[in-house]
Design a protein around this ligand. Structure first.
Ligand code: UDP
Length: 381
């Protein structure tokens, strides 16, 4: 049977859309499908009276890799937003990520970096081989800062004790002995939010590419596979293999969004770090875009168990789940006409830049191109 397409791309998020763009630019025939009724996957933003609401949680693009920045800025201009989250604990606001000013707020005598070093020396519990997130943080900052800013947040976010979580989860965030309160590591030189929203960014990636929404690949895979020579799959890896190696664990979220008048919190994100508050953070979307509108949209983010009928947001990369994933990865080796990638198929806690890097690597593998394609001139509209 003559195939209508070279590639059937399953999932119109960042991974699928980048693959689709690069394949199309190489003269391939591509169809993109998505189970949802919109493009852009979890980076989707909905326009509410000019405010771009991050429907599936806040997304701030940041990267240490120039080629990744060059690639995404082909499709949108980015603003100069830099994330500076505050923490709310016991009814007071604190500077985050843990830095010299945070320590000053807790211990007013800590004023200089030398004071902070001395204070931490009296707080930390040295441990050359921390076995989990809790031991890692106790060795790095000690119990006071750990209890205030990490333990409560982490345990509600992940639904388990911090002694059962890998330290890698918290290493995403810096601890500083300076007043620098930028949320992300300084090696991430490039940061911003696409002007016009992420949906527009992905729309620009998909210009001229056929997209069909509301199509569930796993339900109709036999017929859908007939359409193309190869499938590019960015959904959950365990679902792809009908859970033959067991169910992978994910963490889900529930969002409560409301529109209000004025300015609710004066910042894009405030984390609620104590365990007695059921949500982890409040996002005020207009502050990602420096908008001075009379209305505002805020979202409370509640961590939730993944039930199979809600969204699988975060992979739980503990030893048990990683072992299950390894077995799925072995299975992928024998499926020659499917390319796997993205956060869910890779079962990795990818940030957006890592997903972009993952997609470009897959493009390079598939088409043998060098990375020079990432440095092309702007395509944005
Ligand atoms: N975290 C924390 N306290 C905070 C913020 C984050 O303990 O105030 C921990 C928590 O375990 C979280 C991880 O650091 O899962 C990564 O945080 P990040 O803000 O990067 O999470 P994301 O935005 O990806 O949900």
């Amino acid at each position: 049977m003559v195939k209508q397409y070279d590639y059937l791309v399953v999932g119109a998020g960042l991974f699928g859309s980048i693959f689709a763009r690069e394949a199309t630019d190489r003269g391939k025939r591509v169809l993109v499908i998505d189970r949802r009724n919109h493009i852009a996957g979890n980076v989707y933003t909905r326009d509410v009276g000019g405010i771009h609401v991050h429907e599936y949680g806040p997304h701030i693009f940041h990267t240490s890799q120039e080629y990744i920045w060059n690639y995404v800025t082909r499709f949108a201009a980015f603003n100069n937003f830099t994330l500076r989250t505050k923490a709310s604990y016991g009814g007071r606001l604190y500077s985050l990520p843990i830095n010299l000013y945070t320590m000053h707020q807790i211990w007013p005598d800590v004023i200089t970096p030398a004071d902070a070093i001395a204070k931490l020396a009296s707080e930390v519990r040295p441990n050359p081989n921390p076995a989990n997130l809790e031991e890692h943080m106790l060795a790095q900052v000690g119990p006071t800062l750990y209890e205030m800013f990490v333990k409560g947040y982490t345990e509600k976010q992940w639904g388990r004790s911090a002694t059962q979580l890998p330290a890698s989860i918290i290493k995403r965030l810096p601890v500083r002995l300076t007043m620098n309160d930028r949320y992300f590591h300084d090696s991430h030189r490039w940061e911003g939010i696409p002007i016009g929203g992420y949906t527009k960014l992905v729309e620009n990636m998909l210009v001229g590419i056929e997209v069909k929404l509301g199509i569930d690949y796993l339900k109709d895979r036999v017929q859908l596979n007939e359409l193309a020579h190869k499938v590019v799959y960015s959904g959950p890896i365990d679902a792809f293999f009908d859970y033959a190696e067991g169910h992978l664990e994910y963490r889900s979220l529930r969002f409560e969004t409301e529109e209000r008048a004025g300015d609710y919190q004066g910042n894009a994100i405030i984390n609620y770090t104590e365990s007695s508050v059921p949500y982890t953070r409040i996002v005020e979307h207009k502050h990602f875009e420096f908008k001075d509108t009379e209305h505002t949209v805020i979202t409370r983010e509640f961590p939730a168990a993944y039930t199979g009928s809600n969204e699988p947001y975060y992979p739980v990369n503990d030893a048990i789940n990683n072992a299950i994933f390894d077995r799925y990865r072995e299975r992928t080796a024998s499926v020659t006409n499917v390319i796997f990638g993205g956060r869910l198929a890779s079962y990795r806690y990818y940030d957006m830049d890592m997903t972009v890097g993952n997609a470009l690597t897959q493009v390079e593998k598939e088409f043998g191109a060098g990375m020079e394609f990432a440095l092309k001139k702007p395509l944005r509209k």
